[in-house]
Design a protein around this ligand. Sequence first.
Ligand SMILES: Cc1cc2nc3c(=O)[nH]c(=O)nc-3n(C[C@H](O)[C@H](O)[C@H](O)COP(=O)(O)OP(=O)(O)OC[C@H]3O[C@@H](n4cnc5c(N)ncnc54)[C@H](O)[C@@H]3O)c2cc1C
Ligand code: SF4
Length: 571
Amino acid sequence: MLAFASGFYSMPQDKNHSFDVIVVGSGASGGWACKRLAEAGLKVALLEAGRPQSDKNFTEHKPEFELKYRNKAPELIRKTRPVQIKFGVCNEYTYDWFVNDLEEPYTTPADKPFNWMGRLRMTGGRTNVWGRVSLRFSDWDFKSASLDGYGESWPLSYKDIEPYYDLVEKYVGITGSAEGLEHLPDGQFQPPVPLTCQEALFRNRVKEKLGRTIMPARSANLTKPINGRGPCHFCGPCERGCMTHSYFNSAFTTVADAVATGNCTLISNAMAYKVLMDADRNRTRGVLYVDRNTRQAREIYARVVILCAQSQESVRILLNSATPHYSNGLANSSGVLGHYLTAHVRSGGGSGEFPAFGAKPSLGGPKKPLGIYIARFRNLPNMPPYKKFLRGFGYEGESSTEFSWEAPGFGEAYKKALLEPRTRIGITGFGEVLPRWDNFVELDPYVKDVYGIPVLKIHMSDGENERAMIQDMGDSAGEMLEAAGARNIRTYAHPSAPRWALHEAGIARMGADPKNSVLNQFQQTHDVKNLFVMDASGFTSNPCQNPTLTIMALCVRSCDYLMSELKRDAI
Ligand SMILES: Cc1cc2nc3c(=O)[nH]c(=O)nc-3n(C[C@H](O)[C@H](O)[C@H](O)COP(=O)(O)OP(=O)(O)OC[C@H]3O[C@@H](n4cnc5c(N)ncnc54)[C@H](O)[C@@H]3O)c2cc1C
Ligand code: SF4
């Protein structure tokens, strides 16, 4: 499959189609689909609802005092982005990259509030602002259902995706350390960013006393130059862009490569509404979209359609594409489209103080854009099942050295006390959520967005398994901080309501059986052969590792399958 390297493939042009392929969405998945297909010679139209991204928009070096409101007037942003602002990456620097929540709303039942954040409207999608933690899944994830009996196993195994992890990691640039864990496989890493003294102490003591593995975060930040992108210079706020292109954002990597081939046409401000069907042949023939500037509807045609608009948005398009034959959503003969919504729980964790080891607080010093990752330690190979819940969680965390703002006193005494460093490590759990039928999305029959497109109603809440896991995230954080000798330990384990998410997956799941899944292992819909969904909608489960590396690797694998099918005229 990996034979589909650059320039290998040249498809005869079908004169009935302007393009070979339409890709909807230019984020993590869409960027890779465009790059893989355009570099192989296919003519690709990339429909992106957002504006073009540019280095001119990047403000990672701009101090707050140069902003009109000094980044201190969230109420102004809240007027148009009341949901997006709930996550700190939507701020005065970046707010106009995000969806206007009033123009493009969604709804929820009154008793199940859900914060759908990270809705970007720029080339690059969420990769503009993502946290960049990049972790592989293993067969403990792909085969989890056969190991513990809950849910469905994926229709593929680690060996199927491993070469694609390699390919994606080498291009994206992932810093990390090899740890030799079966359940968190090592990858093609760039040199790791060294741990701080506190992080190293934490790692060593937790390993020694509890046998758990703490490592430098595996992150899509460069420590060595690749493809004209410079190594990270530790300025800190990657979510505001990066002029040296040192973190992975599809806007200046995969999409730029695709467009540079001359085979990929980026159509910005193009809000896909529905997939157009040729009912007689049971084939898609293109996409109907709304130009966000003119509000005009337009049609575009191609031999294949690939949805990469982020899970909920892609499934919204499928639900809006219902036909008399597929009356409850396109490619939904199974009836599972929209169901089994999953998204990590992350409302348990803790923090504690560590010795400063000479570190001094600074307002303008270098800032590592990544910290530590604590690998999952529950329900693993060769250990008895944990009694309180199924599956597991990992932690993201970092150390920080701050001024002692809360020091007592005033005048000279306060000034002196203020400079005493407060050095802390904080860790937050990221836990797997079990796929459940009653966590789902549907179209709201009463509400449309400003373009006239019906919006989603999202039904999502935690179950017993998630609640028990969150409690353990808090308890285990305290246990590890204590083992490391931290002082003033604080832990927390809140119910994750209102439910919120950045890692949603699973609402058009993959499976071997078309009766209970929407996609096959190559993210091709079982029902309509020339329709694919290559974002996280297809995840059969949502392991605790962050999803994006797997989204990208699966997407490249599915593109290679698509090309082999086109070549033998099977699509
Ligand atoms: C703050 C934050 C931190 C995160 N941190 C991490 C992390 O550390 N590690 C990790 O693995 N993941 C992380 N994620 C998640 C990660 O960003 C996503 O998993 C990934 O970007 C999803 O890729 P995608 O291609 O499915 O969607 P996206 O990257 O969101 O791209 C979707 C694109 O589709 C466009 N679109 C949507 N609807 C339409 C439509 N109807 N028509 C046309 N275009 C449309 C959007 O404008 C967008 O550009 C984070 C996300 C956020 C928001
Ligand atoms: S911390 Fe590194 S990757 Fe992030 S914006 Fe600065 S240079 Fe770029």
